[in-house]
Design a protein around this ligand. Structure first.
Ligand SMILES: Cc1cc2nc3c(=O)[nH]c(=O)nc-3n(C[C@H](O)[C@H](O)[C@H](O)COP(=O)(O)O)c2cc1C
Length: 168
């Protein structure tokens, strides 16, 4: 898909059909995540792939929206704080790295014709347990992954003149 079309086509999918995600599509999506840039190339992230079948009750504790439980797959981008690049002033770039990884995953999924939705508003403790994270790993972002059953809405965005400032 052409890039400008891709970024216009992506939207937060909040209704999924039960059809599985193909292994080929999943492999391409994960490879896009692997290739994401990270500060100082530290790659302080792990991606956990979880098939939701048979785990609906556990997932409801992570994020209880009905549509979240419909997707056949959920991806969790977790950060490894001990591996992240930290600037001289103490600012860790872990969250930024994780967001770039998630953006790569989500755009690659869109390219494969699959739906996603960024989710940050989940229960941390339940996510740690359900995604079986290690002691040095923090769940940062989730997305369901599956075939959309809803339709894109009109994108409400501020105008460029509000968002961009030129210094001449
Ligand atoms: C960092 C981040 C966290 C988000 N967390 C949630 C969330 O927890 N639940 C949810 O339904 N949507 C979440 N969203 C989706 C936004 O609400 C959505 O991207 C925004 O309203 C624009 O709509 P669009 O994605 O359809 O273009 C999140 C988006 C981002 C970028």
């Amino acid at each position: 898909m052409e890039f400008q079309e891709l970024i216009r086509r992506r939207y937060s999918v909040r209704e999924y059909r039960p059809e599985p995600v193909s292994e080929e599509a999943l492999a391409l999506i994960l490879e896009a995540g692997r290739l994401a840039p990270t500060a100082a190339n530290r790659q302080p992230f792990r991606i956990v792939v979880l098939h939701t079948a048979g785990r609906k009750a556990a997932f409801a504790r992570v994020y209880s929206r009905q549509w979240f439980l419909q997707a056949p797959v959920v991806l969790c981008v977790c950060g490894v704080p001990g591996e992240a690049w930290v600037r001289q002033d103490g600012r860790s770039h872990l969250d930024i790295d994780a967001a770039i990884v998630m953006d790569h995953l989500i755009l690659a999924a869109t390219d494969e014709g699959l739906g996603t939705c960024w989710i940050a508003n989940f229960d941390m403790n339940a996510a740690r347990e359900v995604f079986e994270l290690g002691a040095g790993e923090v769940p940062l972002l989730l997305t369901p992954l599956g075939h959309a059953a809803d339709r894109p809405r009109l994108k409400e965005r501020r105008n460029l003149d509000v968002l961009v400032r030129y210094i001449r």
